[in-house]
Design a protein around this ligand. Structure first.
Ligand SMILES: Cc1cc2nc3c(=O)[nH]c(=O)nc-3n(C[C@H](O)[C@H](O)[C@H](O)COP(=O)(O)OP(=O)(O)OC[C@H]3O[C@@H](n4cnc5c(N)ncnc54)[C@H](O)[C@@H]3O)c2cc1C
Length: 440
């Protein structure tokens, strides 16, 4: 085999892998459907800066980011508020998404990555059972390896043939539906908490944030089911009652988007194929953050590819990527997916009771940016959470759910540790079946 690599989609994980590989002499081309200079959304993102360091990507210029404010978590009725206290050296950074992209693209270009813009990928090209390239609206392109970095609805992953045991679809219930926009400042009234995160606000299952900046208010409305502009307007009206600075004019953003909030894919590699980022469901299931995990996965994938000294790029050599990814990141995300499933099933009044009983403390919500281990990054002990749900749960049904969730968390944690160390068809199929069954 040669060392020609195609990255389908300019996702955050794919571009990191592309840069590392190109720096080491691989022939790497990225195919991206958007036009040059238009990547990313018109808003800011939060991520752990240590993840860039982990991947060997230089830090952006210091005037391009700032430290993230500590968040204040609110119960659905707004009756209880709990403030994070993250030490400065563990804080995440906040940066414009366009600047994050510009930084990564400039670094990748310096490493020798070629990017073809305005080129929508339509699916994989198969040669026998092997992925041998991509179909695009500009024709077919062949490579020794295709890295799928096309996001949640990747057409490469979706159109893989049945013989490839990679999950093709991300179900409707495995997504969070999000509307995000920046609104004008309606008043100079001082704000009580600068960055509020409200759970199940207005009796709707989901997460809202309201971040008051000097000149605008950043609003995110996230729901576990699709919603439209009517619902956005109703939510904004309710939010304005306690956030007088929140105006009515959209100054930036204003889009509906979707984020995967499920366990990472059970199989992420095949002959000639590896999947990364939102296409592989690498976000933290409760909160939908994915960038830090992408950067880390990008480095892990590049290392597995470079360790394949004969450039086989098949399921046997690429399996190392999956094993190391689960060891470093995925094995921490999968149990959180089980806890998320419990949360989605709870009624807002139960969450309120939970907050009001004192079962959740400020220590529980100290989600920090420490990146060595996902357990550090999300300082939220899921087993402890289950114990607390049981303590405040008056009804038997909820206790049953909590017990089931506790069992799932234990099972998935153990299963991730016992993933086959090397690829064999039967062992991987049996492992993947058990893993997927836990979440059914
Ligand atoms: C509102 C919102 C807020 C978020 N906030 C944060 C945050 O603060 N912190 C954080 O860590 N994460 C955040 N996330 C999640 C984060 O954006 C993702 O997890 C992360 O970007 C990884 O996704 P990705 O790069 O793999 O996929 P994507 O961002 O979806 O990128 C995929 C790329 O592939 C391209 N593409 C798609 N289809 C095709 C095709 N057919 N042909 C060619 N190219 C294609 C797209 O144009 C895009 O460039 C947020 C997400 C949303 C929606």
């Amino acid at each position: 085999m040669g060392n020609k690599i195609i990255v389908a989609g300019l996702g955050h994980g794919g571009i990191v892998t592309a840069a590392i590989l190109a720096k080491h002499g691989y022939d790497v081309t990225v195919y991206e459907k958007k036009s040059e200079g238009t990547l990313g959304h018109d808003w800011t993102d939060i991520f752990a800066p240590k993840s860039l360091n982990y991947a060997g990507i230089p830090m952006p210029e210091s005037d391009k980011y700032e430290l993230k404010e500590d968040m204040v978590f609110y119960s659905p009725s707004l009756g209880v508020r709990l403030k994070q206290h993250i030490p400065d050296n563990e804080k995440e950074i906040k940066m414009e998404r366009k600047d994050i992209y510009a930084h990564l693209i400039s670094y990748a270009a310096d490493c020798g990555v070629r990017i073809v813009y305005d080129c929508a990928v339509l699916g994989p090209v198969m040669l026998g059972n092997r992925v041998a390239g991509i179909k695009t609206e500009k024709g077919d392109f062949y490579a020794d390896l295709v890295i799928d970095s096309c996001g949640i609805d990747s057409p490469v992953r979706k159109n893989l043939p049945a013989c490839v045991p990679v999950d093709k679809d991300v179900s409707a219930t495995d997504r969070i539906y999000v509307y995000r926009a920046f609104y004008n400042k309606a008043s100079d009234e001082p704000t009580d908490d600068k960055f509020k995160l409200i759970l199940f606000f207005n009796n709707k299952k989901g997460i809202n944030w309201v971040a008051s900046e000097d000149e605008y208010t950043d609003v995110l409305i996230g729901r576990f089911e699709p919603f439209g502009m009517d619902e956005v307007e109703k939510t904004l009206t309710e939010l304005r009652k306690t956030n007088p600075r929140l105006g009515t004019e959209v100054v930036r953003g204003g889009q509906f988007v979707q984020i995967p909030i499920r366990q990472p894919l059970s199989v992420m590699v095949w002959d000639g194929y590896a999947v990364i980022g939102d296409a592989a469901c690498m976000t933290v299931p409760l909160i939908g953050s994915g960038m830090a995990n992408c950067f880390k996965a990008g480095k892990i994938l590049a290392e597995a590819i470079m360790d394949d000294i004969n450039d086989e790029f098949d399921r046997y050599t690429l399996w190392k990527y999956q094993v190391n990814y689960y060891k470093e990141v995925g094995g921490g995300l999968a149990p959180i997916a089980a806890a998320k499933n419990l949360l989605v099933g709870l009624e807002p009044k139960v969450i309120d009771a939970f907050f009001e009983s004192g079962a959740i403390t400020e220590d529980d919500i100290n989600i920090s940016a420490e990146f060595g281990d996902i357990g550090d990054m999300l300082k939220f002990d899921t087993n402890d959470l289950i114990t607390k749900v049981k303590a405040v749960a008056a009804d038997k049904e909820l206790t049953k759910k909590a017990l089931k969730c506790g069992a799932q968390i234990g099972a998935v944690g153990t299963l991730c540790m016992t993933m086959p160390k090397s690829y064999s068809r039967d062992a991987v199929a049996s492992w993947a079946k058990k893993y997927n069954n836990i979440f059914k």
